[in-house]
Ligand binder design. Sequence first.
Ligand code: ATP
Ligand code: MG
Length: 604
Amino acid sequence: MSTRGPWGHLSPRAEDEEIEAPDPEGRRLRTLAPYFRPYLWQTAVTIVLMLTVTAGSLAQPALAQYAIDHGIGDKDSSVLVWCVALFVGAGIVAAVAAGLQIYASTWLGQRVLFDLRNRLFRHIMDLELGYHEKVPTGRTVSRLTSDIEALNQLVTEGVTTLVLNGLTFLGVVVILFVYDAQLALMCFSVFPLLVIVTAWYRVGSSRAYRRTREKVAHVLAVLQETLSGMRVVQGFGRQDAARATFNEANVEYRQANMATIYLSSLYFPGIELLAAGGTLAVLWSGTNRVLDGDLTVGVMVAFIGYLSNFFDPIQQLSQLYSTVQSATAALEKINGVLKTGPRVADQPGAPPLPPVAGAIDLTGVTFEYVAGRPVIEDLSLHINAGETVALVGATGAGKSTLAKLIARFYDPQEGTVAIDGHDLRAVTVDSLRQQMAMVPQEGHLFAGTLADNLRFGRPDATDDQMLAALEAVDGGDLLAALPDGLASEVTERGSGLSAGQRQLVSFARALLADPRILILDEATSSVDVRTEQRIEQAMARLLAGRTSILIAHRLSTIRNADRIVVLDHGRIVEQGSHDQLIAAGGRYAALHGDWHSLVGEVDA
Ligand SMILES: Nc1ncnc2c1ncn2[C@@H]1O[C@H](COP(=O)(O)OP(=O)(O)OP(=O)(O)O)[C@@H](O)[C@H]1O
Ligand SMILES: [Mg+2]
């Protein structure tokens, strides 16, 4: 039996992540190069430090060889003193350079990641609403956290490992051949075996690490989904099912981690064994040759010294392989987000929208979220400046979509949306939104004080202006209920305030922003009828002369609009004033009849 329960079909499995087509170009580490460009000289210093560290550590066995062969062998104590001095000097230089190099490469890595994180966040801010509606928040969060972390490991430790060990390895190979080709070949006799074992580890570990990445993504997805749906989980008493789902994800993650540990527990001791074999070969053949007088003791000691410098890098580099794998996978995902262009983007050189009166024109607008399934079809609508238009229609008729087109969250596939005759595509998005406010159904509050939230659309609003705005939307009770007035802390998602109170704050926020065009998408659905009426009166007064688009299911809200537009399957089926539409006896009259019978039942 699957413990996945009700989440089985809901939770985005890590495997589902690859919704975008794989992009080999996005995996290339070269795409990171532009982030290093601002730090060219810091990069150069880091590389010089790495070279110094390598040179310092490679010099030591050679110095030992010279000391043994020429100091001890030739019984020349001055050579010995010099060698010891140089040996200590090389050690100190290598240590100091290593310290500086760790600092420099970490500094560099942190800068690069800082820039990347900022660039990614800025980009995500500009992605169209459609992207955020489609991609689960958890996934976007993991782009900015675990994927950046995977790159962090590569950039701060990986590059150092690669350069230091690569240089050391090559240096050792060259030095050993220069010393004695025969003995060098002797130690490299284990090389074929080393290649086979390392290839096995590489294949196995890349598979294992990919699994751990998938599993950790799954753990994050389950967490995000359960936590954000906490009210529903607890409301239906499904905590046990949630625990089981999480436990399953957690177990899979642990198992995936154990698989990598199992591989490492075989591979690293294996390399040690091979290293011992290599040392044995050198000792055996070297000793014989020393006894034959064919090889100096110093060279043999140097060989043994260099051998550890030969095997260590191989271990380190093969471990690096999985770091690189994680990093390239993360890079591909990050580049995928960066490559997603906002469908709604300013045209090059687009001018700002000049201050408008607020006349809205939709001409032959067709819009589809999914190709082939139009949500708005060949719709034309003229809204006068200052007019209040109510959009009415069944659930899914396309009311919110129409509002989003007017706010240019999307561009239509066909037709134009214009304000005061300016095609929205020809002006900048920012200048449009500055003259427009949209109050959604779910009033979202950000962590911070009530004042911070009110000021959201107008950062320079004074306390008096904020109080006046709250007063206007009948928020006196709300203010009285909060201990510190405007300075009271509200939390994210506005918990601590009721849904209706949150809507009041959203209203006051929109009022303060002083827009020319106001869109209310079922914004009064959570307040009681009396408050709703008071808000409407306040709005009518304060927003006189502004264009407003009202979306509501309550006909009481709608009847006072200048014009009512009835939508059905993305088309306008009726429009006119309340009285006209009632008299016409069409769709609106039917809705009105439903409403009356309902109110009759509820209120009676
Ligand atoms: N982001 C989206 N991606 C794909 N389809 C969407 C998206 N948003 C809405 N739709 C679809 O478009 C249609 C119209 O949705 P819309 O939100 O405009 O309806 P609505 O009239 O506002 O309904 P309601 O009264 O329930 O708010 C629906 O069939 C919906 O499934
Ligand atoms: Mg809607």
